[in-house]
Design a protein around this ligand. Sequence first.
Ligand code: FEO
Length: 403
Amino acid sequence: MYCVKKIKDDLYWVGGTDRRLALFENAFPIPKGISYNSYLLIDEKTVLFDTVDHSISGQFFENLKHALEGRELNYLVVNHMEPDHCATLGELVKEHPELKIVCNQKTVPLLKQFFEFPVEDKLVLVKEGDSLSTGRHNLTFFMAAMVHWPEVMVTYDTEDKILFSADAFGTFGAMNGNLYADEVNFETEWLSEARRYYTNIVGKFGAQVQSLLKKVSGLEVALLCPLHGPVWRKNIGWFVDKYQKWSSYAPEGPAVMLAYGSIYGHTENMVNVLASCLAEEGIQNIKVYDVSATHSSYLVSEAFRCSHLVLASVTYNGGLFGSMEQLLLELKAHNLQNRTVALMENGSWGLIAAKKMEEILSSMKNITLVDTKVSVKSSLKEAEGQQIRELAQQLAASIKEQG
Ligand code: FEO
């Protein structure tokens, strides 16, 4: 049966949720599932904003049919051409041969790459600032290249002040009946997944997100409609502020995460001792992660949240422990910058891990290394315990300075 949500008298959510997919993009665990949002505007012309992933095509087409109530579908606005939002586009075109596709020039090659129907016949090309009247509504288009693909744009309904924001302001997590962010405990139950979604999917493109935020900052936005996760009608500024921080690579506040790569537990012990010392120094909400047991997407997300990182790695085969190396390369790939980092290393044959970590960190922007580096051979001894206490004091002082 259809599962349509009415947003306004003439606007409907016709998307769906997937709780079966294990890995989004075959890369990121989504234990809480994912939603693919699609919106239908019923005006003098009917307009669909993006389609959905093939996994929920059955639900989507049932929803669309119900919401159209026998009307023709006149326009499909393609804000984003990634298959999680366009996999059902080909089938949609077959079902609605009268349909025109509203998109920008950068979308066209992607349409032709993914589909074989005669694309040119269907196009209504728009560029920055162009408008399309659909009757009562007027849609204005703003280009948002690299948020998250080159062809991305966002659409603003000037009549009802609605921003269809593509991937921006989306989140991992299946919708559980409630459509609006103010109907769920967003800050406690969704924010971490919104952060993990942003940092891993779009995090690399902070400059482009900043440029989009600047572009839409002058718009009055009453409804924010992303392609994943809840719709926003209250407190939009709070979420925009998170995006400002994430996209400018500023931490959300003073906070520390400790990530360790340990084989037999001795490096883990170093981190546990440091975490306890930090607590004694008055630092709260310390987070400790085993890089071998935690998917890197969670660690990337935490690194974006925290102002201070402690990376502790064992030396492995004369180099860096594999999962720690992967984490560092991920942080670099996602453009993480402006962080204070402390290093701890361990090695039984020799000590090389800190040097290897420093090599990667030195190729990242504005990373400040804490002076004290803890080096341990095989297992932590009392003498090195003193080094850890000193590191805790230095770190705590630096964290408090940012408070
Ligand atoms: Fe939700 Fe970039 O696709």
